[in-house]
Design a protein around this ligand. Structure first.
Ligand SMILES: Nc1ncnc2c1ncn2[C@@H]1O[C@H](COP(=O)(O)OP(=O)(O)O)[C@@H](O)[C@H]1O
Ligand SMILES: [Mg+2]
Length: 378
């Protein structure tokens, strides 16, 4: 449905230098899917979205929607934004304050000179979908934050856009409302099969909403995958670190079993069995990334299964957080974060066993050597 190829967009900064805001950006969004651009502030998400909308003019690349080029540097095509039939909602959703709810949604249709009856039908249908049907006469400014956001969404949807572009649409809402709106948005997107590009810096939103996620850093897409792939099999250290919490254990690859996608890594915890990310070869410097919830703790030494890494450690610190405990366990200078059930009572300073399944340990190439403290213990 949407295809973006080799997109490059830059800005001239006030000092006369060039900001390379989005570089070699490429992805495809199938019809009816929600695709998220996720990354820290300034990584190029909005630039990419605005380039798709036609609000920025890229330097080069290709953008096609349903087989039709809306931008192509090679063929000299640039379709004006108002000719692209995309719906957009921004973080600062501009509702028209002097209009009521009905008028806000009807306005874009009136501009297109649709019949009054048709306008009323379309507006009421969309307002019902976003659950504002009972507030048609309310002044837009008298709506709550969440209602205003739904109004902005209704206004984008009423045009029956081919493509919906959402730029951090929930970030102005308070936490509770944000969760509720996230669920609502997901329901609408799935129900109406809206092909959507969603921009956020919030990993929870991205994981919860998306069919696929592109993680961006410094203008580049650094990984594309399903939420599960991004979380469980990060292909580089940036993704592992940015999405969720993780432990990094530095080491050197001692063996690679390519067909199985596995490797062994010598670390300060001993030799660990791990899933091998792309580019992991023998003797490479890597970090093994393992999530706190995959560091399983027990007081009794577990009976190892084929795929287990078992390490004897010491309880270094722990925090009671109600539904679970955050443990820090230590081997030499290496401290691991582990998440445990709150029934585990092992006191600080006592020995404790760690089990990490190989499938949950991901060896990722680093360009830097492991810290000296780790290297010296090998
Ligand atoms: N209009 C602009 N003029 C100059 N630089 C810009 C402009 N818009 C964005 N940038 C720069 O481009 C980079 C990417 O910005 P942006 O796409 O807004 O990132 P994000 O949405 O991921 O926070 C940043 O370095 C930002 O400062
Ligand atoms: Mg932005």
């Amino acid at each position: 449905m949407l295809s973006v190829k080799a997109l490059y967009t830059e800005y001239a900064s006030e000092h006369g230098t060039v900001v390379k805001a989005a570089q070699n950006v490429a992805f495809e969004v199938p019809e009816g899917k929600l695709f998220t651009l996720l990354g820290p502030s300034g990584c190029g998400k909005t630039t990419t979205l605005r380039s798709i909308a036609g609000l920025e003019r890229p330097v080069s690349g290709e953008i096609e929607v349903a087989g039709r080029a809306v931008y192509s540097s090679s063929r000299g095509i640039f379709v004006a934004p108002n000719k692209r039939n995309f719906g957009m909602v921004f973080q600062s959703y501009a509702i028209w304050p002097h209009m009521n709810v009905f008028q806000n949604v009807a306005f874009p249709l009136e501009v297109r000179k649709l019949a009054r009856r048709e306008i009323a039908d379309k507006v009421m249908r969309v307002l019902a979908a976003v659950q504002l049907g009972h507030l048609v006469d309310r002044e837009a400014t008298k709506l709550s934050g969440g209602q205003q956001q739904r109004l902005a969404l209704a206004r984008a949807l009423v045009m029956e856009p081919q493509l919906l572009l959402l730029d951090e649409p929930l970030s102005n809402l308070d936490a509770k409302l944000r969760d509720a709106m996230r669920t609502e948005l997901k329901r609408l997107q799935r129900e109406f099969n809206l092909t959507t590009v969603y921009v956020t810096h919030d990993q929870t939103e991205a994981l919860a909403l998306s069919h696929e996620i592109a993680v961006m850093n410094d203008g580049f897409i650094v990984q594309i995958g399903t939420p599960r792939q991004i979380y469980e099999q990060p292909s580089n250290q940036f993704v592992a670190d940015f999405v969720g919490q993780t432990n990094f254990i530095g080491g050197t690859v001692t063996a690679v079993d390519e067909p199985a996608g596995r490797c062994r890594v010598m670390t300060a915890l001993g030799e660990l069995k791990a899933h091998a990310a792309d580019g992991v070869v023998r003797d490479a410097a890597v970090v093994v990334s393992v999530r706190p919830e995959d560091v399983e703790l027990s007081e009794q030494e577990p009976t190892p299964e084929a795929d287990d890494n078992i390490v004897r450690t010491t309880v270094h610190a722990k925090d009671f957080l109600g539904e679970y405990l955050d443990f820090q366990v230590r081997v030499g200078d290496v401290v691991l974060q582990a998440r445990a059930h709150s029934s585990l009572r092992t006191p600080t300073g006592d020995p404790i066993f760690v089990r990490m399944r190989a499938a949950k340990c991901v060896a990722i190439r680093t360009n830097t050597a492991p810290p000296a403290s780790l290297a010296s213990q090998q």
